[in-house]
Design a protein around this ligand. Structure first.
Ligand SMILES: [Zn+2]
Length: 186
């Protein structure tokens, strides 16, 4: 029987570390494991997933979800996907078809975007998952548990309608709690 596990939370909550930990165990157990990462994730070097603490695993870069099907066969037992929020289109259908082939699928990704709303396909995957691990980080302002990712543009909170890519401005992100998270909807 296949299963779907989701590891979610804000930035700097250790999602990739947790994904790597689970996948490393399957590799020790000599299970047939394959790991994917969307090629949009600029943090990863070619064909690896890297946690913030520097551990890494070999991964296959994909442009879209359907590419995964080319690499998965009868022998595949475990499928890991990092930064799943960057996969669009028919990702939910493709992931569920892999689960329904009897495979263990483990996805890690941001559950909320910088606007504080569900990120891409992640909310739907959370609904379909057998097991959800929601990680938190530490609020950079007050030290409470952080479940939001605050976007800062030139050190000021970003607005709801700010474009994703800003040329010439310094864009950064930090974990914050619900009280300290700031967004102005214009
Ligand atoms: Zn706070």
């Amino acid at each position: 029987m296949g299963t779907l596990e989701i590891i979610c939370g804000p930035m700097f909550s250790g999602k990739s570390e947790e994904l790597i930990r689970r996948l490393q165990r399957t590799l020790y157990a000599k299970q047939n494991t394959i790991i994917f990462t969307p090629s949009i994730d600029t943090r990863c070097e070619e064909n690896t997933i890297t946690s913030h603490n520097g551990r890494n695993l070999k991964a296959v870069s994909i442009q879209n979800s359907s590419e995964m099907l080319k690499y998965i066969d009868k022998q595949t037992q475990v499928v890991g996907i990092d930064e799943v929020q960057f996969l669009g289109g028919d990702t939910v259908e493709i992931i569920m078809s892999i689960v329904n082939q009897g495979k263990r699928v483990i996805c890690a990704g941001l559950d909320k975007n910088f606007k504080g709303e569900g990120f891409g396909v992640v909310p739907e995957l959370l609904a379909l998952a057998d097991n959800v691990t929601k990680l938190s980080s530490i609020c950079m302002v007050c030290g409470n548990e952080a479940t939001y990712t605050q976007r800062l543009i030139d050190d000021k909170p970003a607005s709801y309608n700010d474009p994703i890519i800003l040329i010439g401005a310094s864009d950064s992100y930090e974990p914050r709690c619900r009280k300290c998270y700031v967004i102005d909807k214009i």
